[in-house]
Ligand binder design. Structure first.
Ligand code: SF4
Length: 237
């Protein structure tokens, strides 16, 4: 259970409370108390981590108190068919952290990203962001960067870059996804899983692929623990 998970849960409560019409001072107290309660009941046992989230959340809530955002939906799951023919069906699924309407009436999806470093050059070229604008039929996505740098003030730690997506780029992304999806279906049907050696330097399974094929079962048993399957609809668990 990491800092990002706790902060997402805090922002979920924060924006749901705004939708319910609660006053901001009451919201800040309630969200703070909810995080400390999670520490007391051992959901998040790292006291310093919890307190760093509390301090950063309070700074965030004050910094963005007059941001002009009207939250419309929080932690919204979506499941949308991107391709279907007689044989195959490809569905894109996810959970959008937040959908807001800004002061100009523009509606867009938002994704909260906590990190130690601020992303000064955010790119539109992220599958997740494309999927969100495609699913919500918008053309703008906001990356809600929440830094935890101890030496920086809120104005440097927090940023909300607005990324614009043209219909042509979204159409191109859709074609890529369908091509990749049909390829994956083909791999599954044939039981063939070619290794794509594009991100091995940071892959947690690198030790397996670096072993000779006959040693891989042993490597898996000796170096890895099989955990629970990842459940996108219950990501805080
Ligand atoms: S190390 Fe990871 S990224 Fe590289 S081929 Fe193996 S599984 Fe794929």
């Amino acid at each position: 259970m990491d800092r990002g998970s706790l902060f997402h849960e805090m922002l979920e409560l924060h924006y749901n409370s705004i939708i319910e019409g609660k006053p901001s001072n009451e919201i800040i107290l309630a969200v703070t108390e909810s995080a400390r309660e999670k520490y007391r009941n051992d959901e998040y046992p790292d006291f310093e981590m919890v307190e760093s989230c509390v301090a950063n959340y309070q700074a965030y809530a004050i910094h963005y108190a007059s941001d002009g955002w009207t939250p419309i939906a929080v932690e919204t799951p979506f499941s949308k068919v991107i391709f279907e023919d007689d044989k195959n069906k490809i569905v894109i699924e996810g959970i959008i952290d937040l959908i807001v309407r800004n002061m100009n009436g523009q509606v867009y999806p938002v994704d909260h990203k906590t990190s130690e470093k601020r992303d000064y050059y955010p790119t539109i070229l992220v599958n997740q962001f494309f999927a969100y604008v495609w699913a919500t039929e918008t053309n703008v996505f906001v990356k809600n960067d929440i830094g935890f740098q101890k030496t920086l003030g809120p104005a440097e730690r927090f940023a909300r870059p607005m990324l614009n997506y043209t219909p042509e780029l979204i159409a191109e992304w859709r074609e890529d996804v369908i091509y990749d999806g049909l390829n994956l279906i083909n791999f599954i049907e044939k039981g063939i899983f070619p290794r794509r050696k594009s991100s091995c330097f940071r892959c947690r399974y690198r030790q397996i692929c670096e072993s000779t094929p006959d040693a891989r079962e042993w490597k898996i048993k000796s170096k890895y623990v099989i955990g629970q399957p990842y459940d996108i609809y219950n990501r805080s668990k």
